[in-house]
Design a protein around this ligand. Structure first.
Ligand code: B12
Ligand code: SF4
Ligand code: SF4
Length: 394
């Protein structure tokens, strides 16, 4: 006879999850302390919503649901094949991190969660109260990785990501906090051993130590969450990343083994991945960059409506595109960057100036000199003068 816990796990797989484990609703004390320490050391600076108060609540399931007894930890595998945008193969292309190739995972996982929660709500716990639940994915106040670790869904990698046996770290995490008393799973005994590959592969040196990330240096933060200017000294290190970064996952040997196995079994490759995570034609994994500079607000909204990329907003994405074009250094981008020098967003104008300074040449210099006489935003003026200095000295 199947137990309630086994039955719920089966329902979770049926609802679309690839991983499901259970832990108790006890506080995640170590995670709460780690988060407080990171905030205290300014390693989470820049994420204004990531406060000590939030950490307190997110590490305590009973602050979220007072009679919580269990946390159902869930995971969805999202890696798919990555066709390049080949509309202009010779032109510069950017890199989008794998989690953003397809549909917005918040929407996808929310639908999975709703399906499972509907079933749970129909169950009566022993005291006959209705099966109360709260659902969490990413933006919810819940320590997703700590729930995954304690429930044995995966283990902490030194890159801070949760690694799983079957799917590597290419998994989104979500939880359901419930007042149902379920059988908890034990944590896994696995760890990274002596490996430190990811720590040395990070192009911006974002790892302060194993398991400790300086958010302010992470390309994911710089290209997605940061609303303002990208610090000058970090721009050259971003390469052609225009939305997120996967390097510390791509180099991971655990992921390599998993990917080889999944390719062998046909789950990866051959288009068998769930449709929602396959690269959207309008986004892809490696979009041509120059056409992105031509997007106006309406075209941006239309193109990225159901994509995670909308989070960067138009001005953030175009800022990133300018940095990537500056790093690629192909003069073919100069006319489009000169156009961006007159964008209505000062953030875009400033980063276009930087990119023109990096690429250099007579056209870039003339356009920058012209903009220096008409630009009225002081920050952009500074960017223009720095760019002209760069051209003069290189
Ligand atoms: C803030 C945030 C970010 C920030 C900060 C990242 C960070 N490492 O904290 C930024 C914007 C940089 C970011 C980037 C990314 N993120 Co993010 N992010 C979050 C968010 C909202 C909170 C994370 C958090 O609490 N950070 C605070 C720090 C202290 O926690 P932590 O790094 O996880 O630290 C834990 C461990 O390191 C461990 N620990 C600490 N010390 C030690 C010591 C030892 C010995 C051990 C064993 C463990 C250990 O305890 C800590 C507490 O749990 C979560 C969603 C959520 N609600 O939880 C998603 C989440 C973590 N992000 C996710 C993803 C996919 C990413 C990116 C891959 C996206 C991309 N491709 O660009 C990158 C990965 C970068 C990286 N290496 O972490 C996934 C991770 C899935 C997974 N398999 O782990 C999550 C869970 C979202 C989701 N629901 O799926 N993210
Ligand atoms: S996501 Fe990229 S920038 Fe961020 S820690 Fe990993 S390798 Fe470094
Ligand atoms: S690269 Fe090595 S250290 Fe980093 S997460 Fe993977 S196994 Fe762990």
């Amino acid at each position: 006879m199947t137990t309630l816990t086994e039955d719920i796990k089966q329902r979770a797989y049926d609802a679309g999850f690839d991983l499901v484990r259970v832990t108790t609703a006890d506080p995640f004390a170590a995670a709460g302390a780690a988060i407080r320490a990171r905030i205290g050391a300014h390693l989470m600076d820049g994420l204004d919503w990531f406060t000590a108060e939030r950490a307190e609540v997110s590490a305590n399931p009973r602050a979220l649901l007072p009679d919580a007894r269990s946390v159902i930890a869930l995971g969805v595998f999202y890696l798919t094949d990555a066709p390049r945008d080949l509309t202009a193969p010779a032109d510069p292309h950017g890199r989008v991190s794998a989690y953003a190739w397809g549909d917005d995972y918040h929407e996808v996982i929310r639908a999975h969660l709703d399906r499972l929660a509907e079933y749970l709500r129909g169950l009566a716990p022993p005291d006959d109260a209705p099966g109360a639940t709260r659902l969490f994915v990413d933006t919810g106040r819940m320590v997703d990785r700590a729930a995954a670790q304690r429930s044995g869904l995966g283990w902490y990698g030194k890159n801070t990501c949760i690694l799983t046996k079957g799917w590597g770290s290419w998994v989104f995490l979500a939880e359901i906090v419930t007042n149902l008393a379920l059988e908890p799973d034990p944590p896994l005994g696995a760890n990274c051993g002596r490996c430190e590959v990811c720590l040395h592969a990070c192009p911006t040196g974002a790892f302060v130590a194993p398991y400790v990330l300086d958010n302010r240096r992470c390309i994911s933060y710089l290209t997605i969450e940061l609303r303002g200017s990208i610090p000058l000294e970090l721009r050259p290190l971003i390469g052609n990343h225009v939305f997120g970064c996967d390097i510390c996952q791509e180099v991971c040997p655990v992921n390599h083994r998993v990917e080889a196995r999944l390719r062998h079994s046909g789950r990866l490759g051959g288009g068998r991945a769930p449709l929602e995570f396959q690269p959207r034609p309008s986004v892809g994994s490696s979009p041509a960059l120059i056409p992105l500079l031509a997007l106006d607000d309406e075209a941006f909204r239309e193109r990225f409506r159901h994509s995670p990329i909308k989070r960067a907003r138009r001005r953030g994405l175009l800022r990133n595109v300018c940095v990537a074009l500056g790093n690629i250094g192909d003069p073919v981008a100069v006319p489009a960057l000169i156009g961006a020098l007159h964008d209505h967003e000062p953030l875009v104008r400033g980063h276009a100036a930087w990119a023109l300074g990096r690429i250099g040449g007579a056209d870039a210099r003339a356009a920058l000199a012209g903009a220096a006489t008409s630009e009225d935003d002081p920050t952009v003026q500074t960017e223009i003068h720095c760019a002209l200095d760069l051209i003069r000295t290189t």
